[in-house]
Design a protein. Sequence first.
Length: 127
Amino acid sequence: MRILHTMIRVGDLQRSIYFYTELMGMKLLRTSDRPEQKYSLAFVGYGDETSESVLELTYNHGVDHYDLGAGFGHIAIAVDNAAAACERIRAAGGTITREAGPVKGGTSVIAFVQDPDGYKIELIERS
């Protein structure tokens, strides 16, 4: 068994595709429009869906905002250098919510960024 994808609802599909592809370095893998059902999908990720977990971005037509709720935490992504990733994301217009540094009580270097819909993304430095 393996995780196939994680679905998040987004308020503007093109804005979210831009964020995840241009700022986070993912690839747009496929899209699907369902006008009769009033939703559109985009799948983004770092590798092919046959071997990698991906994100499913779901846009429900006419809905531009969601309450994120208290249950969702964050998406975690491995990076080579958390500080450099923050600088690249910031330079492209992204929002950094925690600068790169050691996790409290540990030595792992992490940072947090926020996507256009408010979802938190943890960057975990891996050497």
